[in-house]
Design a binder for this molecule. Structure first.
Ligand SMILES: *[C@@H]1O[C@H](CO)[C@@H](O)[C@H](O)[C@H]1NC(C)=O
Length: 360
């Protein structure tokens, strides 16, 4: 109970810090003494506007500081930082931010059933399978097809953010209108999913198809907790969809061909190590498993001048995390499931150019 309160009060502070982008810097000397660390803790709290202060949180901060510091001493292709989450334990973070339900369902073999029940047939093909002329790199942000990074707050609603981001993007591509859409409507109304307790992007796309589209964020704003469904919002100021497409599993080419045409909702293992929690910059390649518990959006791909291939991932942890809210995740790894399981559960929202929006 006490732990839960700590997480919640911490998260309230997170809401305030979404405009902080510069990273928190420190001197190695500060790590050598208890006083140095105490001073660092106070500066970190001021930097991230964290009002809470306790010996327990200070211990967590020290533990995380050592972790980040040691990780950055290794000669790796990505760096970590003491971001706004440095006062949370890895367990608290995972419970709060990584909850697409998908890892859990895979463990119970339920996801496969869900895919099959949803009409998926292995080998049945997908929209972009015959596409040729796949560009060497693409970044949908540069094509005005990606809304600014959002923050899910202390609620396991990543599935809604991933699904909504995918719909915002395909709508921008089909209509030229980049409009922010409503996660809250999915959280309140799509009872096949679990609001703050996780959900599935595939069923969200079908829900949108079946309920008069997805409302704008302006008409149905985010509250960060489940509320009563406002049914009067269905079918007004909405982006409509034709449903969901399951991409083939563990098929990187399918993901590449699809991302070349539209951003794709994917899941990644964001919780099996602390590295994603504290990711700062670079091409992320690890430690990571394939627990697909976090829903995000692949908005492009590319290659560094050194030849490292990557996916561009839009996250929903605010723009203070990672590369202004984004992460570059290694692509072309020698694993069918891809880095952090990115090839394990890709879905895309279907919207034909003829599918007209309502009052937009
Ligand atoms: C792609 O080509 C194959 C072989 O010609 C065909 O069977 C399939 O329907 C095509 N897929 C799409 C989505 O057009």
């Amino acid at each position: 109970m006490e732990m839960k309160k700590l997480v919640l009060s911490f998260s309230l502070c997170l809401v305030l810090i979404s405009s902080v982008v510069e990273s928190f810097e420190y001197h190695e000397k500060e790590l050598e003494t208890e006083e140095g660390l105490q001073g660092m803790y106070d500066r970190w709290r001021a930097h991230h506007k964290v009002t809470e202060k306790s010996p327990e949180r200070f211990n967590v901060f020290k533990y995380n500081t050592e972790y980040v510091h040691n990780a950055n001493k290794m000669n790796r292709q990505y760096k970590l930082e003491l971001n706004a989450y440095a006062g949370m334990t890895h367990h608290e973070f995972s419970q709060t931010y990584g909850s697409s339900k998908i890892g859990h369902y895979t463990a119970l073999s339920g996801l496969r059933k869900l895919r099959w029940a949803g009409g998926y047939q292995p080998g049945a093909g997908y929209s972009y399978q015959n596409a040729t002329d796949i560009p060497k790199s693409i970044d949908w942000r540069e094509k005005n097809a990606v809304t600014p990074v959002k923050n899910q707050g202390a609620c396991g609603s990543c599935w809604a953010f991933s699904a909504v981001a995918a719909v915002e993007s395909i709508n921008a591509i089909r209509t030229g209108q980049l409009v922010r859409l409503s996660e809250q409507q999915l959280m309140d109304c799509d009872t096949s999913n679990g609001a703050c307790n996780g959900g599935f992007m595939c069923s969200a796309f079908n829900f949108i198809r079946d309920h008069g589209g997805l409302a704008t964020e302006e008409s149905y704003p985010y509250k960060g907790e489940k509320q009563t469904c406002d049914k009067a919002k269905f079918g007004h100021h909405s982006v409509t969809l034709d449903g969901n497409e399951y991409l083939p599993l563990k098929d990187e080419e399918a993901l590449l061909k699809s991302v070349a045409h539209q951003p794709v909702a994917v899941t990644v293992d964001a919780v099996s190590s602390m590295d994603m929690m504290f990711y700062k910059e670079g091409v992320f390649n690890g430690p990571c498993g394939v627990q697909m518990v976090h829903g995000v959006l692949a908005v492009g791909y590319g290659e560094t001048p050194e030849g490292l291939k990557y996916w561009i991932i839009k996250n929903s942890w605010g723009d203070h995390w990672g590369e202004k809210g984004y992460m570059r995740l290694q692509r072309g790894v020698n694993l069918p499931e891809g880095a952090c399981g990115i090839n394990c559960e890709p879905n895309l929202p279907l919207k034909s150019p003829e599918t007209r929006n309502i009052e937009l």
